[in-house]
Design a protein around this ligand. Structure first.
Ligand SMILES: Cc1ncc(COP(=O)(O)O)c(C=O)c1O
Length: 406
């Protein structure tokens, strides 16, 4: 007989729940919503999926910069002149002229003193939050914060105090209970990406300042689109000057990959030496920072595109409401329109029915979603034409009726 007393459990056992849910879902014959391949990408709004031309409504490519001719040309030039990668950290051999230029573009875009480019937005949150708020400090954050914010809190080992989503009073109370003399950081997002709602930053930042807390705002889903100059929700609400750190990403409106933090803090530059997710990883390839810098500079002149994107968001939100769908917000607040599904099974069926119609949206489910919701998250692009949005509404109507959601 084998002695099993010393046998350690399979470390994968903890995933049995999710393996079971997934197996059950796919056993129903539905196409795997988390395994779609874009066989060819034609434009910011069109791709070939399963051999068929598909309208893209779930890419976060808000300003449609991925196929901008100037952006592509800048990337090609940098690839030819500087090679395919830097093979090094920003603090060693990985800072090229392009990285500095990209940081200059960000400083100009935000009108701020300092800009630091990371390899992803995830790493920007991970690095900045964990480095500025360490053991003994307090982080007060919205319960619906992005995973990268939570992971930044965990990495830094600070005391983490969540409050109910967008609840100003709850945030005030949490801040009031922090022991005197402790370091305090409030972390907020401009747009919350699951439901597409915005934060009451003006009120929240006033409360944070009353308690002497520093404020970090993640503007991943608002940069390029919201605010007169596309600086985000803090700009739109007139409080950008009161934000200590703005975090953002290049993977949405900027149309490439990368992340950043901008700040006016006089000691900010020391971050380059003490922030581990900045120091201990390779820097972005030269072609990526060149595309990002070109895109950021073009976004400064993006007023007409921003106006059209608002029109698209209003048209889609209004049309879906009229069709009888339940949406994440009563009014359109951003370029994200979330359609609430009754459950995962019907959400997956609706997702598949839309794909068969020729429309791609994001299926989101717990634990990524608040309140255990299954969502079809639609993100609009400034390059969607008015006619395309009307076509999308027709697709939603047919698919919604086919799976008995409306
Ligand atoms: C709010 C928020 N912050 C940060 C990130 C991370 O950005 P990146 O894709 O550049 O890692 C995302 C991306 O989904 C996000 O939604």
């Amino acid at each position: 007989m084998t002695d099993t007393t010393n046998q350690a459990p399979d470390l994968f056992d903890k995933f049995d729940g999710i393996i079971h849910t997934r197996t059950e879902l796919l056993a129903g014959g539905v196409e795997d919503p988390f395994n779609l391949v874009m066989e060819r990408v034609i434009s910011p709004t069109r791709a070939i999926c399963n051999g068929r031309e598909t309208i893209l409504l779930g890419t976060y490519n808000y300003m449609g910069m991925t196929f901008d001719p100037d952006v592509i040309e800048a990337g090609k030039q940098a690839l030819e002149n500087f090679g395919s990668g830097t093979t090094g950290s920003r603090v060693l051999n990985g800072t090229y002229r392009g990285h500095r230029d990209c940081e200059d573009a960000l400083r100009e875009f935000y009108g701020m003193d300092h800009a630091m480019v990371f390899s992803t937005g995830y790493q920007a949150n991970l690095g900045i939050i964990s480095t500025i708020a360490g053991k003994g400090d307090y982080i007060v954050l919205d319960i619906d914060s992005h995973a990268s914010i939570w992971d930044g809190c965990a990495l830094g080992n600070a005391e983490v105090v969540p409050f109910k989503h967008n609840d100003i009073e709850a945030m005030d109370k949490r801040l009031g209970r922090i022991p005197a003399g402790a370091g305090k950081l409030v972390v907020l997002e401009g747009v919350y990406s699951m439901l597409g709602d915005i934060a009451p930053l003006k009120e929240m930042i006033a409360v944070a300042k009353k308690h002497g807390a520093m404020v970090l705002v993640d503007e991943a889903h608002s940069m390029g689109f919201i605010g007169e100059h596309g600086r985000g929700v803090a700009e739109a609400q007139g409080v950008l000057d009161d934000v200590d750190f703005v975090i953002g990403t290049f993977s949405k409106s900027v149309g490439t990959v990368g992340g950043f933090c901008v700040s006016n803090h006089p000691k900010f530059e020391i971050m380059r030496l003490v922030c581990r997710p900045y120091v201990f990883t390779a820097s972005l390839p030269p072609s990526v920072v060149a595309t990002a810098a070109t895109s950021i500079r073009k976004l400064m002149q993006g007023g007409a595109k921003r106006a059209h994107l608002w029109e698209n968001s209003q048209r889609l939100h209004g049309g879906l409401t009229k069709l009888g769908f339940t949406l994440g917000t009563t009014e359109p607040q951003s370029a994200i329109v979330a359609v609430i599904m009754p459950d995962l099974e019907r959400g997956a069926a609706m997702w598949e029915a839309l794909l068969k119609e020729g429309l791609y949206v994001n299926l989101a489910r717990p634990p990524a979603t608040p309140a255990n919701m299954t969502l079809l998250r639609c993100s609009l692009c400034a390059e969607h034409s008015t006619e395309e949005v009307e076509t999308i509404l027709g697709m939603f109507e047919r698919a919604g009726k086919a799976v008995s959601i409306i």
